[in-house]
Design a protein around this ligand. Structure first.
Ligand code: SF4
Ligand code: SF4
Length: 397
């Protein structure tokens, strides 16, 4: 059955009243708040009753980590999302237009569509080709909102040459709608995108973005109740398989020490995903340095923290600084981000430092022989420019 709210995912079997004993372990393990026992139990009690919390709704970074510490298999992240979205609704300002602008297909205006419109004629013709359903194929590469910003190298990729590409402009995993507390927009995005993806005749959908893999393969079926008729795999796990089978080889080693930042969705995708990312970095010659918080207790880049206090953009900056402090503590000057969202957020946070952020996928593909003609950096700058312009536009709400 399809789920219609966040809270359905907290309590998949409808038994939280008897099962959640308010043990508070989820909040005690939270890498951000690290609460003591009494405080965590009191805060869980407030969350369950829908009361204002003392800390959680002001400090949670919506990272998913607590889901992995509940002995009853509940998903406290989803409960917190429900309460955070309710709180914003009760503040009464509504979803600001600059947030709608981030969501693919919610309105007629979207930051990604504006970036695509600014691409070259050749890139636009690639995007047009990717609108068509490819012929039956064992595997298909699905390219989501960010990947469409840099279509040229993906289309001409040696590594992806066997994979038909599919990327209609309206197809979106729905991450931003879900993460920013607009469940209705998420619901609409899933309905629209499932129809688009169900046209495919394939056994496995390879997602260019880890977030798409998390949404299509985990959040849709396990949180929301919508299952696609083929397997979902992230590009990272796909590349790691190819490398280990000897089907791709390192052509241009990258001898560099990098601090590696995990993404929120890594803990949901699990060890297989996180090991594949690290394995590929090492395979191409990089030395990986871990941050103090990583893997299942990773700190976020801050992108989603703007959900706090009714989309206060300063909340994101606050969290990005914490992540950057951990990067600086490693003493390593190069930061590898495999999540496009983390890359975009942290390149802003790194601006006045000696840290150089890198978008990991384009570097790894380059090491395997692909070119990087139009780096994500170029389009990320454009996207930021469009978004800032929208934030400055006076609200009519
Ligand atoms: S989502 Fe993350 S920050 Fe929020 S309570 Fe859970 S572990 Fe803590
Ligand atoms: S959600 Fe799970 S970990 Fe958190 S208080 Fe309830 S039973 Fe304990």
């Amino acid at each position: 059955m399809e789920k219609k709210t966040y809270i359905d995912a907290f309590d998949p079997e409808g038994k939280s009243r008897t099962v959640c004993g308010e043990c508070g372990l989820c909040l005690q393990q939270c890498p951000v708040m690290k609460m003591g026992k009494a405080e965590s139990q009191a805060e869980m009690g407030r969350l369950l009753k829908g009361q204002e919390t003392e800390r959680v709704l002001n400090e949670c970074t919506f990272c998913f980590s607590c889901n992995h510490y509940c002995p009853q298999g509940l998903r406290p992240y989803a409960l917190i999302m429900e309460r955070a979205a309710d709180k914003n609704r009760s503040i009464g300002k509504g979803f600001p237009p600059y947030m709608d602008y981030l969501l693919t297909g919610k309105t007629d205006s979207c930051v990604f569509w504006d970036v695509y419109a600014a691409e070259s004629a050749e890139e636009k013709s690639i995007l047009d080709r990717w609108e068509s359903v490819p012929p039956k194929s064992r595997e298909v590469l699905f390219i989501g909102c960010v990947g469409r910003e840099i279509p040229y190298d993906t289309e001409h990729s040696f590594v992806f040459k066997e994979l038909p590409k599919y990327s209609p402009r309206d197809a979106c995993c729905g991450e931003l709608a879900y993460r920013y507390g607009d469940y209705q927009a998420f619901f609409g995005t899933v309905e629209r995108t499932r129809k688009i993806l169900e046209r495919l005749d394939t056994e496995r959908l390879v997602c260019y973005c880890g977030s798409c893999a998390n949404y299509l393969g985990n959040i849709w079926p396990n949180y929301h109740g919508v299952k696609l008729p083929f397997k979902i795999v992230s590009v990272w796990e796909w590349l790691w398989e190819k490398y280990r089978k000897g089907e791709i080889k390192v052509e241009r080693p990258i001898n560099r020490k990098v601090a590696l930042t995990d993404s929120c969705y890594s803990s949901e995708l699990g060890d297989g995903f996180m090991d594949a990312v690290r394995g590929l970095h090492r395979a191409v010659g990089m030395e990986v340095v871990e941050l103090e918080n990583n893997r299942f207790d990773n700190l976020t880049c801050g992108t989603v923290s703007i959900l706090r206090n009714n989309y206060d953009l300063r909340e994101g900056v606050k969290e990005a600084k914490k992540k950057m402090a951990q990067v600086m503590n490693t003493g390593v000057g190069d930061l590898s981000c495999y999540c496009p969202g983390c890359y975009m957020q942290l390149r802003g946070a790194a601006r006045r430092s000696n840290i150089q952020p890198h978008y990991a996928l384009e570097e790894i593909l380059w090491a395997f022989g692909d070119e990087c003609t139009v780096p994500l950096e170029e389009r990320a700058a454009k996207q930021t420019e469009f978004f800032i312009e929208k934030v400055k536009t006076p609200s009519t709400v």
